[in-house]
Design a protein around this ligand. Structure first.
Ligand SMILES: C[S@@+](CC[C@H](N)C(=O)[O-])C[C@H]1O[C@@H](n2cnc3c(N)ncnc32)[C@H](O)[C@@H]1O
Length: 205
């Protein structure tokens, strides 16, 4: 799995921004930030070779679905092959900026979680602002809904003031170590115990 990662990094160093996939510890930490006991619509930005996706799919309620936005064509083809047998997983070789358009196309107004591995720090300020705004708007207005990112620095916090609540932790067991930050859609946002889910988020589409 790491061979394709290194290859894509050498091809597009700024876009891929890492020479190896996330560690098992980081993958588990990120998946643990979601309440996957309910049917959910989960979006992932920049899945790469799919290390987080595999864990999400393994843990999620069987009536959930996952929509992947991967800009790199080779990674997207790799993901397509990997999840071919699972109709709950949709692979899009598109920019994460197309989230609201793609949700609408599928009759999904909003989603429950957005997990992001894209290197936000290299995005131009305007693009970054727009992506963070559309991410917020695309999350369903319930207490579990959240945007979850893992990043080398916690610089995104300053750009995410429109999210009313956040929690951050540091994951040392990754190369390089990463901040994992969860931005809640609502001020009462809580990790577990709330039943909300996105409209249309309780079945296969
Ligand atoms: C640091 S890698 C993370 C890969 C994987 N999630 C992991 O944790 O190992 C960043 C990924 O984001 C993708 N990417 C970068 N900008 C993107 C964008 N605007 N939309 C979708 N994917 C993007 C890259 O192609 C790359 O696969």
């Amino acid at each position: 799995m790491s061979a394709i990662f290194l290859k894509r990094f050498l091809q597009r160093p700024f876009q891929v921004a890492s020479i190896i996939p996330s560690s098992r510890t980081l993958v588990r930490k990120v998946a643990g930030k979601m309440d996957l006991s309910q049917p959910r619509v989960i979006v992932e930005y920049g899945p790469g070779e799919g290390c987080h996706t595999r864990e999400i799919v393994r843990r999620m309620h069987p009536d959930s679905r996952v929509i992947l936005f991967e800009l790199d064509t080779e990674f997207a083809e790799h993901l397509e092959k990997q999840f071919r047998g699972d109709s709950r997983v949709t692979v899009l070789n598109r920019d994460a900026a197309k989230l609201s358009e793609e949700l609408l196309k599928r009759g999904l107004g909003q989603c429950d979680y957005v997990v992001s591995g894209i290197p936000f720090s290299i995005l131009e300020p305007e693009k970054k602002r727009e992506l963070l705004r559309s991410t917020y708007d695309s999350l369903a207005p319930h207490d579990s809904a959240a945007f979850i990112i893992y990043q080398v620095t916690n610089e995104l916090v300053g750009h995410c003031q429109h999210f009313p609540r956040r929690e951050s932790e540091y994951c040392l067991q990754n190369i390089p170590p990463m901040f994992v930050t969860k931005f809640y859609k609502t001020a009462n946002g809580s990790a577990h115990g709330k039943n909300g889910h996105s409209k249309n988020g309780n079945g296969r589409h």
